[in-house]
Design a protein. Structure first.
Length: 228
């Protein structure tokens, strides 16, 4: 059994998470996490009665190689395991997807649990097309390649009436915002969804021309961008 266990999006109030998550954690023997330290803090916050050190812990990151993943395959075939995301839902813009793929190959039952997803919550609140959308993850770091990608996303949004969703490393958000405003058409819609579920949550959809009149400071704030 492989449980996919959501965490909060930065808000330590675990009341935002279903009670089911605590119950499932109590059942797990093994936990895989992108960051073991923050995963341990998360478990303490949920009030799990099982001792933290009674779990078997394994680090699962984007750099986990194929040999290590195959060693994990043996573990998930023998024990009740959980994948804990660094933020939000495991396996969605998250390295847990690699282990889920192996679980299906080995006929291990995969059980997804409900929890917050910054991507879907941003889409819900954007007013953009929830019937047709595409998530692109991170855009290229190279400035010229990034601008080229932004223009391609704008064209796809216009041509297909499809919401185009992407994210950026928080300390590069302001640079991303500047490139979008400079290279998109004035009537293109842009939704900026920052610090979702936190006390200073900010979600607004405006035309590019209106964003230029009042720029938000997105530095170091986890942000989802949507072009429509």
């Amino acid at each position: 059994m492989l449980y996919l266990i959501p965490t909060h999006l930065g808000n330590p109030d675990t009341q935002l998470l279903p009670q089911q998550i605590k119950n499932v954690l109590e059942e797990c023997d093994v936990l895989f996490a992108e960051n073991l330290k923050t995963a341990r803090h998360f478990l303490k916050a949920t009030g799990v009665e099982k001792k933290i050190d009674d779990f078997e812990w394994y680090e699962l990151t984007k750099d986990t190689d194929e040999n290590e993943l195959q060693s994990f395959a043996k573990i998930i075939q023998q024990k009740k395991c959980g994948v804990v995301s660094e933020a939000g839902l495991p396996a969605v813009a998250d390295p847990g997807a690699a282990l889920v793929k192996i679980a299906h190959q080995k006929n291990v039952k995969v059980v997804p649990l409900t929890g917050p997803s910054s991507i879907l919550m941003a889409l819900m609140a954007s007013g953009m097309n929830g019937q047709s959308f595409c998530f692109h993850g991170y855009l290229p770091i190279d400035k010229m390649e990034r601008i080229k990608k932004i223009k391609a996303l704008e064209l796809a949004a216009q041509k297909n009436n499809q919401a185009q969703i992407f994210i950026e490393t928080p300390y590069r958000n302001n640079a991303m915002m500047a490139d979008i405003l400079q290279h998109c058409e004035v009537n293109t819609l842009l939704c900026v969804a920052a610090n979702i579920t936190l006390s200073d949550e900010f979600i607004q959809t405006k035309k590019i021309s209106d964003w230029k009149k009042n720029l938000p400071d997105l530095n170091k704030k986890p942000t989802v961008f949507l072009i429509g």
